[in-house]
Design a protein around this ligand. Structure first.
Ligand SMILES: Cc1cc2nc3c(=O)[nH]c(=O)nc-3n(C[C@H](O)[C@H](O)[C@H](O)COP(=O)(O)O)c2cc1C
Length: 206
């Protein structure tokens, strides 16, 4: 049985365009994988706190030496990582806010990048420990950035996921959502069609 983890990062939670596109894909994936299990994590609705020195220290402290506050922080990070470990498929909604990823997604990444847990350092450099997974990223933008130097999101998210061992990543873009109703419509239709094709491929792979 396959497990899919859907991560919404829109400040509008399930109402965001990225969450809606991701939800559509998850529905199609469920049709293709009827035995599949879905885990939901909505960090738009429940934002992840910024990583602080105190929180980071909780990760570094030996489990038996952690204070109760440190146990809670490390336990929260462990729970996020456990969801990633369980997932064969990760579906990420990725709105663009002020030229970057939502700040809560950065905070999420800061809570799941743990040395010795999700990556390790080797003589050849860092090695991701969350291998054997596939990720689908639904990127929504008011303007047009894909393929230009202003699209900092794609390389950042791709590099971060690869750092954790998740190298197989598909991006689906819905851009120009704020340009005009026609641009928005055409972009969403194209994104939905690509999403459908990708979900159909998971049926073949199932
Ligand atoms: C606070 C804020 C900042 C935004 N910044 C950008 C931006 O820098 N570039 C862009 O193309 N669109 C920008 N947009 C438009 C969003 O990318 C677009 O509305 C997208 O659909 C948001 O995804 P969501 O609906 O899943 O939240 C911004 C929207 C908001 C609310």
């Amino acid at each position: 049985m396959k497990t899919l983890l859907q991560i919404n990062t829109s400040m509008f939670s399930t109402g965001g365009q990225s969450s809606q596109l991701a939800k559509r894909f998850v529905g199609q994936w469920q049709e293709a994988n009827p035995e599949g299990r879905v885990i939901q994590r909505d960090i738009g609705a429940e934002p992840i706190p910024h990583l602080t020195a105190e929180r980071f220290q909780s990760f570094l402290a030996k489990p038996e030496a952690r204070t109760s506050e440190q146990q809670a922080v490390a336990g929260f990070s462990d729970a996020l990582i456990d969801e990633l470990r369980q997932a064969d498929v990760i579906v990420l909604g990725l709105p663009m806010y002020n030229f970057g990823v939502p700040s809560t997604l950065k905070a999420y990444f800061d809570h799941v990048a743990r040395a010795g847990v999700t990556f390790s350092y080797t003589e050849k450099g860092p090695k991701g420990l969350l291998t054997g997974k596939k990720a689908y990223v639904f990127a929504t933008r008011g303007g047009l950035y894909h393929g230009t130097p202003l699209d900092t999101q794609t390389s950042y998210v791709r590099d971060f996921l690869r750092f954790l061992g998740i190298a197989d990543v598909e991006f689906v873009y819905a851009e120009g959502l704020a340009i005009s109703p026609e641009s928005r419509n055409n972009s969403l239709i194209a994104a939905q069609a690509r999403s459908q094709r990708l979900a159909a491929q998971t049926r073949l792979a199932a």
